[in-house]
Design a protein around this ligand. Structure first.
Ligand SMILES: NC(=O)c1ccc[n+]([C@@H]2O[C@H](COP(=O)([O-])OP(=O)(O)OC[C@H]3O[C@@H](n4cnc5c(N)ncnc54)[C@H](O)[C@@H]3O)[C@@H](O)[C@H]2O)c1
Length: 418
């Protein structure tokens, strides 16, 4: 196997940039390619544009500075890693892989015999062999003969990327054994987790199964919450008691699921097999409906207050993250504003939503809605509840989130509340 020296990472966002940094630290010459001029510029200025403290520290190491450079178009290399977005086409509810296709087309003129192409982007099953392989073969090279293709899905948790990128186990799905071995060698330069080598379709499906498992189990908790509410049962107590069973582990109900993966990836399974994914589709619909139910609860709580001023705390997609992508909290805020409510939204972690103190925000408010309780919000609410209520016009505080399981390290905490 030829020695790999140079790696091009296409798409330097939440996934691609930490990967590029770790590869550069391992001694590879790394070119980060991004179509966003601002991203390229900030990388070359030595400024990390994603909020990951430990990665930012490593980014400043001499070896990384020496080995990592960014540019807006690809160049020849030994390995190409694609980590561009694969959002959901909201109308058709299928994967929009157009950015992966553009990225593959952009590397095509630079491909040489012996190159390895790794797809890190989350894609529907069969994408690598049915779409990517024919596309890269337009270069004249033949996959599994003189060019190698592999799907290596990413599992990192935003906010804890350094720990997870190093310690998580990796699934490596090559179109052939050589592709898997080549990819493993690259990741083994910094990954301390175990490697599991398989084929591309299995790797594609495994990634989707992981997030679908979370989505379906959160939907079950949300459904239990609705049933309990109808019966006048305290759902948190009921879950706590059910979880005393040695083989039961019910997650927390919530305000809906959010983020870049959980509300998106289950649809990629439905896309390839709608007949056998009825539970998956139902879970998706249940979780998408939750923000509407929460908004209705808030409206009900406010029905006797004329033109209420609502202050929302927490806008991220789950507690203790800065990430607002697909946030159900933002959906709830939009729903209330669409209904004509005056809603102010604050979050100590999300950019653009910061505040000085909850007590200041609460002055003259009619309702404080804690949608996403970061530790810092929880602490301030618990310590200053009496004072906060004192400065409000109506001392109405709605708290939904109450976490049941702390989850094992690496488990995505439930993005929910009751
Ligand atoms: N964010 C996560 O924690 C996470 C975890 C697991 C998997 N994923 C998957 O990884 C993939 C990337 O996600 P992300 O969160 O890093 O996205 P992102 O939006 O943070 O970053 C993607 C970057 O790719 C760039 N880009 C788009 N098209 C390009 C092209 N043709 N050439 C060069 N650059 C291009 C964008 O400008 C952007 O900077 C997605 O498929 C996502 O589902 C993400």
């Amino acid at each position: 196997m030829a020695v790999v020296k140079k790696i091009v990472v296409i798409g330097t966002g939440y996934v691609g940039l930490p990967l590029a940094v770790m590869l550069a630290r391992s001694g590879y010459e790394v070119i980060g390619v991004d179509i966003e001029e601002g991203v390229v510029e900030s990388i070359n200025r030595g400024v990390l544009h994603i909020a990951e403290e430990e990665i930012a520290r490593i980014f400043q190491e001499d070896e990384v500075k020496k080995n990592l450079h960014a540019q807006n178009s690809p160049c020849p290399a030994d390995v190409f890693i694609i980590s561009v977005p694969t959002p959901l086409d909201q109308k058709k509810r299928i994967a929009d892989i157009s950015q992966v296709i553009s990225a593959v087309e952009s590397i095509s003129p630079h491909l040489r015999p012996g190159n390895l192409v790794i797809i890190e982007s989350t894609v529907p099953p069969l994408t690598c062999r049915a779409t990517i392989a024919p596309l890269i073969e337009k270069s004249g090279l033949k996959v599994s003969q003189n060019l190698f293709l592999c799907h290596c899905p990413e599992r990192i948790l935003p906010g804890d990327v350094f720990f997870e990128i190093v310690h998580n186990d990796r699934i490596i799905g090559g179109l052939d054994e050589k592709a898997s071995q080549m990819a493993k060698e690259i990741y083994a330069s910094f990954v301390k987790g175990r490697f599991y080598l398989t084929d591309d379709v299995t790797a594609e499906l495994v990634k989707l199964m992981e997030n679908t498992y979370r989505d379906v189990n959160i939907a079950l908790a949300n459904e239990f919450a609705a049933v309990a509410e109808g019966l006048g049962v305290d759902i948190m107590q009921a879950i706590e008691l059910a979880n005393k069973h040695p083989r039961v582990d019910i997650l927390s109900p919530g305000i809906g699921t959010g983020g870049h993966c959980i509300p998106v990836d289950p649809w990629f399974i439905k896309q390839v097999d709608p007949v056998n994914s009825r539970l998956i589709q139902t879970a998706r619909l249940i979780n998408d409906e939750v923000p509407y139910k929460i908004a209705a609860k808030i409206r009900r709580a406010l029905r006797d207050i004329k033109e209420p001023r609502i202050v929302v705390l927490g806008v991220t997609y789950k507690p203790d993250t800065y990430d607002v992508r697909n946030s159900p909290a933002i959906r709830i805020i939009e729903l209330l504003r669409d209904d004509g409510y005056q809603v102010e939204a604050y979050d100590p972690l999300a950019e653009g939503y910061h505040y000085s103190s909850i007590k200041d925000l609460a002055k003259g408010a009619d309702c404080l809605v804690a949608l996403v309780e970061h530790q810092i919000i929880k602490k301030e609410l618990e310590e200053n509840m009496a004072e906060i209520k004192k400065v409000m016009r109506h001392p109405l505080i709605l708290r939904f989130y109450h976490k049941v399981d702390e989850g094992k390290r690496g488990a995505e905490p439930d993005s929910g509340l009751v």
